[in-house]
Ligand binder design. Structure first.
Ligand code: HEC
Length: 205
């Protein structure tokens, strides 16, 4: 799972790199070099594009629910493709620049979303039941998005919480500090942290 995330990132970077090279040639009016470069890199470019879309699609299918950031990201990526094709075909510099902005924006936004996932205090004053408090934290802090409601879904390379072999202290350290791509959660109260650990324990079958 983790490897697919890594492969996807590498493919997106390669895609952007070759795109920027072509863009620079277009912007500096090097028409001949652009034509040559496009010809030589045709096959690798196709492989990278397909790989980028396939790994992205595969990761998407692993998600228990597609959040609004993911939808924005998808719209940006799919809007970028026709713009890129038309931009280069017509030699329109403005259109050709737009896809880079869209893709960087889309991935930047997703990165910010990961950061945002850890933010915000959770209000658990509605209950004193440790498992209820734990569940509220688990849901509100988006643990669900990667680990799933049962702790088993390995989205973004997330470990299966129902079979974790880590001690409570080790789990606590990971939750506090995070472990890429999992964000760190250091704004939980001691009570919320302990109830969260108890809730994770209850996912064990
Ligand atoms: C962005 C996805 C993501 C979110 C959100 C997330 N996690 Fe994780 N979590 C992971 C990944 C990935 C790992 C594995 C990290 C590694 O070992 O490389 C992990 C590992 C863990 C582990 C260690 C399990 C083990 O056996 O190694 C615990 C415990 C854990 N997460 C709890 C939580 C809790 C509680 C929350 C919410 C407060 C949460 N996670 C939110 C992705 C996420």
């Amino acid at each position: 799972m983790h490897n697919i995330v890594l492969a996807h990132r590498i493919l997106v970077s390669l895609f952007l790199l070759q795109y920027v090279i072509k863009l620079v040639l277009l912007l500096t009016n090097k028409k001949e070099q652009l034509a040559n470069y496009t010809k030589i890199t045709k096959i690798p470019e196709m492989l990278v594009s397909v790989g980028f879309l396939v790994t992205g699609g595969w990761l998407l299918m692993q998600m228990p629910d597609v959040g609004k950031f993911m939808i924005i990201k998808l719209v940006c990526v799919f809007a970028a493709i026709p713009l890129a094709i038309v931009g280069f075909k017509k030699g329109n510099k403005g259109l050709a620049v737009l896809p880079v902005a869209l893709i960087l924006g889309a991935y930047g936004l997703a990165e910010m979303n990961t950061k945002a996932m850890s933010g915000g205090k959770v209000d658990t004053s509605s209950t004193k039941d440790p498992l209820e408090v734990g569940k509220i934290v688990y849901q509100n802090k988006n643990c669900l998005m990667c680990h799933g409601a049962d702790g088993k879904s390995g989205v973004n390379g997330a470990k299966d919480l129902s079979i974790t072999t880590l001690s409570l202290d080790q789990q606590k350290a990971i939750i506090k500090n995070g472990k890429t791509p999992m964000p760190g959660y250091n704004d939980l109260t001691d009570e919320q942290m302990n109830d969260l650990l108890q809730y994770i324990g209850s996912l064990r079958k």
